[in-house]
Structure formats: C-alpha cells, structure tokens
Design a protein around this ligand. Structure first.
Ligand SMILES: [Fe+2]
Length: 252
C-alpha cells in the first residue's frame, strides 16, 4: 500500500497537538500518553476505553492531503457504538492548525456543540439539507451560545474563544481556524476547540458530501510510538483459573 498518510505523519501530528494542549494548560487523561507497551499490558478494566474508542484520533479522511483535509482529535468520553443506552453523551478535543479542516458532512442523528476554547477564532459553515440529504437553500435554526438564532443556509458563523454553536442533526457543517488568529507554533496558527455531543458513532452516523474514509489505513514508515483510538490491541490479560476449594469439613 502506498499512501501519503503515514505513521510518521500521524505521530508528528500528535506530538504537535500535545504541545498545543500543554501550551493552553489543558490536561488529558493519563492513557493519552501511554506507550504501545502500556496498552499491550493494560487489563480488561480498560476495555471500556478501548470499546468507546477514547484517545487520539488522527485522520486524513482518505484525502491524501492531511494538511488541508484532516483532523487531530482526542476523544475524552463517549458511549459505545450500537449501545448508546449506556452513555448518551460524548466529548472530544479538537486541535486545528490553520489551513486544515474536516470534509463537509452531516450526521444522521448526532447533535453537536462546537465550542471554541482558545487560540483563535473558529469559522463554522452551516448548510441545510433536503429530505435526500442534498444541500438546500432557505433558513436554518441553530443556537449560538445557547440563544436561538436563524441564519441563511450556507452562512458562516464566527466563534471567538468562549463561544459555541449547536448544530442539529442533518445540518451540513465544516469548520476551521480563522487565518491569522490562532496561537502561533512553528509558523502555524492553532485553535483548541471542543465537540460536546450526543453519542458519537463515527462508523455509521457520518454522511460526507464527497467520498471520504473516517479511519483510513496508514503506511507504516516508522516504529509505532502510540496507538490511535481505533487501533488498541485487545487485552492479553487472562484471569487465573478458579482454584478448586475443598469442601468445608462437616462437624460431626
Ligand atoms: Fe460533525
């Protein structure tokens, strides 16, 4: 397999994202810095993290141009795909360098808030859909900072740090850091934002307007130094067999 989406690219992106997260004083759970060996030794008590796919999530959506169409996220909490009854909410951290964005998409059922946390402004373009899921004209009801607003379909809203927008299901959206506003690192401006949503099922709930792959394969061009959220090894932990306990002696 030849692809420009490589293990080295992913690991460099996570390294940069950690620097951005550190800069803003945000703290991740300890497993966010675990080595492959730590994951391989982690017992079954970590299965909820594996199954909910918490942790680092780096993708180029199959675009072959990660720096333009791609995203680095850290999923902090989520329900289980196909088993949403046990957890109905999700939270992700998004670390966006200027010039990079996810492809336009909508969700069949997920409602999400995009919260601009710090760094710079986020621009969010929102477009209504018709019953077939195609872009539609007209007006669109959203919430900005919790307040009801109506915008024109296709309009872009600006979120300064602290502001948020609520995106209903079946609303096409795409967002990115506003050029010239982000925190500068290595010549790029970065924004830190959150997605707070109903349970996220990235395998079944996303509809991309153009062909896209949410979890594309990687070319292994260097040694792995971390696992992405969809790569965790199954636990090798085996419970010790139950000891046969002799029956208690019966008092005569
Ligand atoms: Fe989305």
């Amino acid at each position: 397999m030849t692809t420009s989406f490589t293990r080295s690219l992913v690991q460099r992106a996570v390294s940069d994202a950690r620097r951005v997260v550190d800069h803003f004083g945000f703290h991740l759970p300890e497993f966010g810095s675990w080595s492959p060996e730590q994951w391989e030794e982690a017992g079954p008590e970590w299965n909820p993290v594996r199954e909910r796919m918490l942790g680092w999530d780096v993708t180029d959506f199959g675009s072959g141009s990660f720096h333009e169409i791609g995203r680095v996220l850290f999923t902090l909490r989520n329900g289980s795909a196909g088993n949403i009854a046990n957890r109905v909410y999700a939270e992700k951290l998004l670390i966006d360098p200027e010039g990079q964005r996810a492809p336009a998409h909508y969700h069949r059922s997920k409602c999400e808030d995009i919260v601009c946390r710090c760094g710079g402004n986020i621009l969010v373009q929102l477009t209504a859909t018709d019953p077939e899921g195609n872009p539609a004209r007209g007006r669109l009801a959203i919430e900005l900072d919790g307040a009801a607003r109506t915008i024109a379909s296709g309009e872009t809203v600006r979120l300064a740090p602290g502001r948020s927008v609520t995106i209903p299901p079946r609303t096409i959206h795409q967002f990115w850091g506003e050029e010239g506003t982000g925190w500068q690192m290595d010549g790029l401006g970065y924004t830190l934002s959150s997605e707070i949503s109903s349970t996220c099922d990235d395998w079944n709930d996303n509809v991309f307007l153009a062909a896209a792959e949410r979890f594309p394969s990687l070319q292994e061009d260097e040694a792995r130094c971390l696992y992405l959220c969809h790569e965790y090894p199954k636990t090798t932990f085996r419970e010790a067999p139950l000891q046969e306990t002799p029956p208690h002696p019966v008092e005569a």
